[in-house]
Design a binder for this molecule. Structure first.
Ligand code: FES
Ligand code: FES
Length: 146
């Protein structure tokens, strides 16, 4: 058992092995499937979560690294899934294409948003094979105004 704080909720999580990456703990044990698996080697960013407010690729993060930290997944952006300014901007600008990378994009964007960035000059290193980068940047700028 490990104690994790996920989306503001402190919970005991029955983790069979500390070798299971945080991504799979979140998806398969906690049931938060918004965080996606892409490459598994910290390249694509589909698995991005926030750990104490900083973006972190959960596919190569150990469970123990999350103990005592505040973990935020895409489900934690807002209670209703639509009311966070980034979510509103994402909808308004129709950012996603296939959508697979977008939860990771949102979490990386959230780190910028929370830092007070207006989106100018930001760099997000998440990969999107559909090429939504331009709309992602526009949505981060729009969110700062909402
Ligand atoms: S699945 Fe973690 S970076 Fe690609
Ligand atoms: S929207 Fe398809 S991979 Fe990004």
């Amino acid at each position: 058992m490990v104690t994790l704080t996920i989306n503001g909720v402190v919970q005991e999580v029955n983790v069979p092995s500390n070798e299971i990456p945080m991504l799979w703990v979140l998806r398969d044990i906690v049931g938060l499937t918004g965080t996606k698996y892409g490459c598994g080697i910290e390249v694509c960013g589909a698995c991005t979560i926030l750990v104490d407010g900083s973006p972190r690729k959960s596919c190569q993060m150990s469970v123990n690294e999350g103990v005592g930290r505040s973990i935020t997944t895409v489900e934690g952006l807002s209670p209703d899934g639509v009311s966070h300014p980034l979510q509103k901007a994402w909808v308004q600008l129709q950012v996603p294409q296939c959508g697979y990378c977008q939860s990771g994009m949102l979490m990386s964007a959230c780190a910028h948003y929370n830092s007070g960035s207006n989106g100018d000059g930001i760099e997000i290193d998440n990969l999107c094979v559909c090429g939504t980068y331009q709309r992602v940047k526009q949505a981060i700028q729009l969110a700062a105004t909402l």
